[in-house]
Design a binder for this molecule. Structure first.
Ligand SMILES: *Cc1c(COP(=O)(O)O)cnc(C)c1O
Length: 496
């Protein structure tokens, strides 16, 4: 098999193996790692249709992680996608109101981040062994609410690793916050910052770029890596469920092998939808990728105009995991649309950090035709959740609500009836307050757990273990800091 090598989207680092790229997380020049090319699926859909999630995962991931042996990869997959998930299907498809909701929230923290973060620790520790790493690996993560918990659940008490999570104080749901601050594990640390998600993410990237700090860490036997979707080790496992969903649609007779589908994704950092694009580039018959945003509709504007402009107010919404103005993974798409011209990409990224905006060329914009942007306001989102529930009894969360609403508007505007998969990214239990408000009106100052019990009655879905766990859990983390003090917080936590 050909060995894929990885390079930075900004051109100063190349020739890494997959395991080396996963270990580093982010390139030294601030770029993101990309494979030399996107491999083609080499198993026919007819064969994939009969496979388990784990088997499909192997067929997809082996094409990207070419320096992992079959035994290593199957070990990682087998340990990641096990009884931590509450269904053997791992990612079930639910047909409701004319679309297929791909439920990506059956893992231990009930959001789609589990799909990749339950395997990343195995990929990372395997990579460390393969590359004879002696240092302790410190995972630095900025979270808009879901990544932090999922990453800690994956890395808690994994030997040879530490994990530090930064989240925006006041910018996550109460359930998300409780999940994080009650996290167990000697190697975990949680810090709330006085800022928004972009501040947290920019701060983490800055720490990665600080050579002097890196040297100090190395001196003490530490090295940094990332569990954010900038890590290629998160992107690759996310491709799997799109291939799996297509195979299941064929297996169930919903579509014929070769029929096109559309995919709608509620988008924040652009990782999940980029994985769907990778699946398309691998040969999966995908027609349109519908990129759904909330009121922070910087991506919608970008796909409309070709100008990415983050100079606008950051709006806190009921879909907090999408409250992002700097979508890091878009850089990978920009790089591809520039025909892998690293100089061109670097220049645009420089403009973004210097002036807060950049504009792609008409030629690049032409290459983005597979994407279509849409957005839903808070009112539209609530109406959508209420509508789907009223029509079908199916309760969706606030992020899935954005996607569902944008898809409905897309069909109205285009008349395109192509079968569509909607990525359902969180359990409604994770955003029970907003969901119950949408379904049955004002929740006033009702206790979060009383609302959860109501949601159980309304949806008929049992309360997930992840929620039961935090009912009486002890709070273990209370560190706070300003965005400018993040490096200092890391130093204190590690005892430098
Ligand atoms: C992270 C997240 C998103 C956004 O995904 P990206 O890969 O960052 O675009 C959407 N919904 C939920 C529930 C999430 O946790």
């Amino acid at each position: 098999m050909t060995n894929l090598s990885y390079q930075s989207t900004r051109g100063k680092e190349s020739g890494l193996t997959a395991s080396q790229a996963i270990l580093k997380g982010l390139a030294d020049d601030g770029g993101l790692f990309m494979p030399d090319f996107i491999p083609r699926l080499d198993v026919p859909v007819a064969k994939l249709a009969g496979m388990t999630y784990q088997q499909v995962a192997y067929e997809v991931m082996k094409l990207f992680l070419t320096d992992y042996t079959e035994e290593e990869l199957k070990y990682c997959i087998g340990h990641a996608y096990d009884s931590k998930f509450d269904t053997e299907e791992i990612a079930p498809l639910v047909k409701a109101d004319g679309a297929y909701y791909l439920e990506l929230f059956h893992g231990s923290t009930i959001a789609f981040k589990d799909m990749a973060l339950s395997i990343l620790p195995y990929l990372m520790t395997t990579a460390a062994r393969k590359n004879h790493v002696e240092n302790e690996i410190v995972i630095l993560t900025a979270t808009s609410g879901d990544t932090g918990k999922a990453a800690m659940a994956g890395f808690a008490d994994v030997p040879g690793t530490r994990i530090i999570v930064f989240y925006p104080k006041g910018g996550v749901s109460r359930i998300q916050e409780l999940q994080m601050i009650t996290q167990k594990g000697e190697n975990t640390a949680v810090v709330s910052i006085h800022g928004n998600f972009d501040d947290a993410q920019t701060g983490v990237k800055k720490i990665f770029g600080d050579r002097q700090f890196g040297a100090k860490l190395a001196d003490k036997g530490f090295q940094l890596s990332s569990a954010n979707s900038i890590n290629i080790g998160r992107l690759v496992p996310q491709i799997v469920y799109y291939v799996y969903a297509y195979a299941k649609l064929v297996e169930g007779g919903e579509i014929a092998d070769g029929d096109p589908i559309n995919i709608t994704v509620p988008t924040g950092n652009f990782g999940n939808i980029l994985a769907a694009y990778f699946a398309k580039e691998m040969g999966l018959p995908v027609k349109t990728l519908i990129c759904a945003s909330n009121d922070n509709k910087v991506l919608y504007d970008f796909f409309q105009t070709g100008t990415y402009d983050r100079k606008r107010d950051f709006i806190l919404t009921s879909s907090p995991s999408m409250d992002i103005l700097i979508s890091s993974n878009l850089e990978r798409l920009i790089y591809l649309s520039a025909d892998c011209d690293t100089a061109k990409n670097s220049q645009l990224m420089k403009e973004l950090s210097a002036s807060g905006a950049y504009q792609v060329t008409p030629e690049m914009q032409e290459k983005l035709q597979d994407f279509r942007g849409g957005y839903a306001t808070e009112e539209e989102n609530a109406a959508e959740i209420r509508h789907v529930y009223g029509q079908t009894g199916y309760v969706i969360d606030t992020h899935t609500g954005v996607a569902s609403c944008v898809y409905r508007k897309y069909v109205e505007e285009t008349g395109d009836r192509t079968p569509t998969v909607i990525a359902s990214t969180a359990s409604p239990y994770k955003f029970s307050h907003s969901v119950m408000e949408a379904v049955s009106g004002d929740q006033k100052d009702k206790d979060e757990f009383a609302i959860i019990d109501d949601l159980c009655k309304v949806s008929g879905v049992p309360v997930p273990r992840a929620v039961e766990e935090i009912r009486d859990a002890q709070i273990r983390h209370n560190r706070e800091c300003d965005p400018g003090q993040m490096e200092q917080a890391v130093a204190e936590i590690l005892g430098l």
